[in-house]
Write a protein that binds this ligand. Structure first.
Ligand SMILES: Nc1ncnc2c1ncn2[C@@H]1O[C@H](COP(=O)(O)OP(=O)(O)OP(=O)(O)O)[C@@H](O)[C@H]1O
Ligand SMILES: [Mg+2]
Length: 317
């Protein structure tokens, strides 16, 4: 089943003092997201990610194009009952406490009053904020605000969750918690559509990704399909080695260098890898890590988005 179908979605923003000029922030986007997918929406600053999410949420109106969510037009208000949304820069009511804010959000969805307290408690737990229940939002840190924003996005138990940069402003622990939360949503069969710059998070979470650049879709698919696999080369990290082993590995490997106090050996193919691992074992050293030699997603991303003099910003029309 298709959860989100985007057809030719285009957005021009009026700019300039008289608002007569236009910039095209999104240019004929076509995209399909299956139900239950965790879908990553990637692109550098200014690519049009937030614009797309705001269009889908009907916070702004498209210049042209259409979208369907859960089989209904995105203009159909009733479908929004089944959607959750974390905006990029959530604006919160500073003087409400976490609990009051979630109560308020629940009432916006017309949830039955008796179900609200238990729901609020459960969500505060899910996002790791039970202790902040009675704390005013103005006293929240950036990471705490991000979490309460996510709790708010889940208050109506949505089928499809849109998250605009859910990991932004979070420390590594916070990021991991949000990752786990997204995985939990996936386990529950929800569709999660999230934008991000944080590539390892996208790599760890997404079934498929779309890559947007200057308002245009550059590619869409599974990560291993999008990122070209290089040769079968591998990188072996070795610890507790001695000179003899180092010399042996030098003969087996293509390249050898130090990484901290580890030895990094690049091996051309599987055969060389097995010989190197065997040597490590024989000399009583330790294999610390074996990494695929393929181009990392990050390398690919940087290459893709860093053409000399290139910019991801919307172009004036
Ligand atoms: N209200 C607006 N008026 C005019 N131009 C806008 C407006 N909002 C966004 N833009 C332009 O549209 C383009 C896309 O912006 P958008 O915020 O969608 O990018 P983004 O991919 O979310 O970037 P980021 O990663 O920085 O959040 C940018 O060039 C931006 O300057
Ligand atoms: Mg954005």
């Amino acid at each position: 089943m298709i959860a989100i179908q985007i057809e030719n979605l285009t957005k021009d923003y009026p700019v300039g003092f008289w608002r007569k000029r236009q910039v095209r922030a999104l240019d004929g986007l076509n995209l399909t997201v299956e139900a239950g997918e965790t879908f990553g929406f990637l692109g550098p600053n200014g690519a049009g990610k937030t614009t797309t999410l705001k269009l889908l949420m009907r916070l702004i109106h498209p210049t042209s194009g259409h979208a369907e969510i859960l089989g209904r037009s995105f203009t159909d208000v009733s479908v929004h009952q089944q959607l959750g949304y974390l905006p990029e820069n959530p604006f919160f009511y500073d003087y409400l406490t976490a609990e009051e804010f979630l109560n308020y959000s629940a009432r916006l969805f017309d949830l039955p009053a008796q179900s609200i307290p238990s729901k609020v408690t459960a969500l505060l737990d899910v996002v790791g904020l039970p202790a902040a229940r009675r704390l005013q939002l103005r006293k929240f840190s950036k990471g705490m605000l991000q979490r309460i924003g996510i709790a708010q996005a889940l208050i109506n138990d949505p089928e499809v969750v849109f998250l605009d940069e859910p990991m932004s402003g979070l420390d590594p622990i916070g990021r991991r918690e949000i990752r786990e939360l997204i995985l939990e949503l996936r386990r529950q069969g929800k569709t999660v559509f999230f934008s991000s710059h944080i590539l390892p998070d996208v790599e760890a979470l997404c079934d498929r990704v779309a890559i947007l650049y200057a308002g245009k879709l550059l590619g869409c698919g599974r990560l291993d399909e999008l990122v070209p696999q290089e040769t079968g080369s591998m990188e072996l990290m070795v610890g507790h080695f001695n000179e003899t082993l180092r010399n042996e590995l030098q003969a087996i490997g293509k390249e050898i260098s130090m990484a901290g106090n580890l030895l990094r050996v690049t091996l051309a193919d599987q055969g060389a890898l097995f010989r190197a691992v065997e040597a490590v074992h024989r000399r009583g050293a330790h294999v610390i890590r074996i990494l695929p030699g393929k181009e990392s997603f990050e390398d690919y991303f940087v290459k893709l988005f860093a053409p000399p003099g290139g910019s991801a910003r919307a172009k004036p029309l």
